[in-house]
Design a protein around this ligand. Structure first.
Ligand SMILES: [Zn+2]
Length: 605
């Protein structure tokens, strides 16, 4: 996810190709005699060979010379294979390959519904596949099943290619399995190639994805506009993000899963994961998507992936430095610009999956396949609980706003890394300095060599964030009719709006800025803004046509995070609509402690 290890030679093409050379031999050993099963497949096939090591303990960590595991092989010759499978994991799918793969499934009569979430800057339609038994193809039909809807997305960073491959394989293997599987208990929406434009910018992996162990050619991280789609979930600037938000609004998935590959520290995990790290995703007891994922789903998933699939996994993180790993293991960021951090603010569960970029490509596909399969299985088992958590989050958020200021828990709108980490063991790989200038393996920078020696080190684990600023839930906000950029953004997020039909006087709060700090350096094409200030009681007149954002709605927490000028990731942060000019906040919203009087004639927007 984040580049920590510097790249010393961007165009170097030297690689030892230790991964692909031995893949065919292993494949013949592990080919099962039947299609893969969604749970316990590796136990059935023999965990050691099919799943990359024995379960648990240090023995499950990869060695530098191992090829790692392979994903389950396809034995039915009638079924389509992914480009990665066809090439023994020397190549990853182009956009056309993914489209052709889905078309092949359809031509074979696979029980899937296929559509497009939207269109990219370069005019590629982004396919989605829905799989469930019985098959549903509309949000209403999906909801009528009473099952959780699970939305899994691959390829947001197009150089991180294994989610795209694993997701195609999972769809195929599930829909062609005749015995009961997760498709009898969930509705799966799979979006395998979310950043299609970035995917098609194929270039040498050493350039596009410098710290990754193959395949040789991969796409680029940003989309065609140069935007990092996993920093875009609040400002929603990219067509991909807007398409994604439209899917969220339409289908309201109970679980969102975002598939990545991480580079950075050299550790002993085939995959690391994170729930939403935003404290506003866990303002319990009724709004607990983030906390439930962190404290219940992910620990159980970790255990199952170890015992059933043979992979060590752990919470996402990095060491301060490889040489002083004992100083701590640090997670990444809480801000909702990141998709999984964002999604849980909608009162749902979100899971970030990060395959280990120093594992060979095949093993990364295999670990992602295993992790997603077990996650689907766990959500299927816990379907009623997952559904009831979603329902209680919706009603809790709705009730807080409807009751007006003071009701409900404080909503965090800024946070910082916890200062009270817990102490635990993390698996660390020892590295050696080399004197020559050759790369020892793809993705490992010159001057160092992996040793395959792992040790468990006790260290502080910083896996969560704590609020540094919270706000009282208000009844709502009022926005000037001329604040079109805010209105547009709220609509993209699916926030319900109302409109004043008759000019009226109200008692509310106006925002007063004490300081406005504009970042001197642009990020994602914007100069980020941070405002200090507070709400002061004020009477005001709302013109006819002014917009009102009632927070008594399921997306009340999202609306609060986007609209409060002090938020660390809202429309002020990104200066949406140039609302910070000459050091002043333009068009400040008004905060409403209670519903505007009847005289305002509130109506639909
Ligand atoms: Zn990523």
């Amino acid at each position: 996810m984040t580049l920590v290890i510097p790249r010393s030679a961007r165009n170097d093409t030297t690689r030892t190709s230790n991964s692909v050379a031995t893949v065919p031999a292993l494949r013949s050993l592990v080919s099962p005699s039947r299609a893969v099963t969604i749970t316990g497949a590796c136990l059935a096939l023999g965990a050691t060979l099919a799943c990359g090591g024995t379960s648990g303990g240090i023995a499950a960590t990869p060695s530098v010379t191992s090829t790692g595991a392979l994903p389950p092989a396809v034995t039915d010759s009638r079924l389509p294979r992914t480009r990665a499978e066809r090439t023994n994991y020397t190549e990853t799918s182009h956009y056309a390959d993914v489209v052709a793969f889905i078309d092949s499934l359809r031509r074979l009569g696979a029980p899937i519904a296929v559509g497009s979430i939207g269109t990219t800057t370069e005019n590629r339609t982004l396919p989605y596949v829905i799989a469930s038994r019985p098959l549903v193809s509309t949000p209403a039909a999906a909801r009528a099943t009473g099952r959780p809807i699970v939305y899994v997305q691959g390829n947001i960073h197009a150089g991180e290619v294994e989610g795209k491959e694993a997701l195609q394989a999972i769809i195929r293997d599930l829909v062609y399995q005749t015995r009961r599987n997760v498709l009898d208990s969930i509705v799966l929406i799979a979006v395998p190639i979310y950043n299609a434009d970035g995917n098609e910018r194929f270039a040498d992996q050493a350039r596009n994805r410098g710290a990754q162990n193959g395949p040789p050619l991969v796409g680029q991280r940003p989309n065609a506009q140069g935007l990092d789609l996993n920093r875009d979930y609040i400002k929603a600037e990219a067509p991909e993000t807007r398409a994604s938000l439209a899917m969220f609004n339409e289908w309201n998935p109970d679980v969102f899963v975002d598939l990545h590959t991480t580079n950075g520290s050299y550790h002993g995990y085939a995959l690391t994961y994170a729930p939403s790290l935003n404290p506003a995703a866990g303002i319990g007891p009724s709004f607990v998507g983030g906390a439930y994922a962190r404290d219940s789903i992910l620990p159980e998933l970790r255990s199952r992936v170890r015992t059933r699939r043979g992979y060590e996994t752990f919470d996402y993180g990095n060491f301060v430095s490889q040489d002083s790993a004992e100083k701590g293991w640090f997670t990444y960021d809480h801000r909702p610009r990141f998709g999984t951090n964002y999604y849980a603010l909608r009162g749902r569960i979100a899971v970030l999956s990060e395959a280990y970029s120093h594992d060979p490509f095949a093993r990364r596909v295999a670990s992602t396949y295993a992790f997603v399969s077990e996650l689907l299985s766990l959500v299927a088992e816990r379907g009623p609980r997952v559904r009831s958590l979603a329902a209680s989050a919706d009603s809790a958020a709705t009730a807080w706003g409807a009751q007006g200021t003071g009701a409900g828990p404080q909503i965090p709108i800024r946070a910082d890394l916890t200062t009270t980490p817990f102490t635990g063991e993390v698996i660390v790989e020892a590295l050696e300095a080399t004197s020559d200038t050759m790369r020892t393996e793809p993705g490992v920078r010159r001057g160092i060599r992996r040793t395959g020696n792992y040790r468990r080190v006790r260290m502080p684990i910083y896996d969560r964030f704590a609020p540094t600023l919270t706000t009282t839930p208000a009844w709502g906000f009022a926005l000037s009719a001329s604040d079109s950029s805010a209105i547009r953004l709220l609509r993209l997020h699916g926030v319900s709006l109302q409109r004043v039909t008759v000019a009226c006087d109200i008692a509310g709060e106006m925002f007063t800025s004490d300081s406005v700090i504009v970042s001197p350096t642009p990020f994602q094409g914007r100069r980020e803004v941070r405002i200090e200030g507070g709400w002061r009681r004020a009477d005001a007149r709302l013109d006819a046509g002014a917009f009102v954002v009632p927070l008594g709605q399921p997306l009340g927490v999202v609306a609060t995070y986007v609209l409060d000028p002090r938020s660390d990731d809202g429309l002020v942060t990104w200066n949406v609509g140039d609302r910070v000019a000459n050091g002043r906040l333009q068009l400040p919203p008004m905060r409403l402690g209670s519903r505007p009087p009847t005289a305002c004639g509130l109506g639909p927007a």
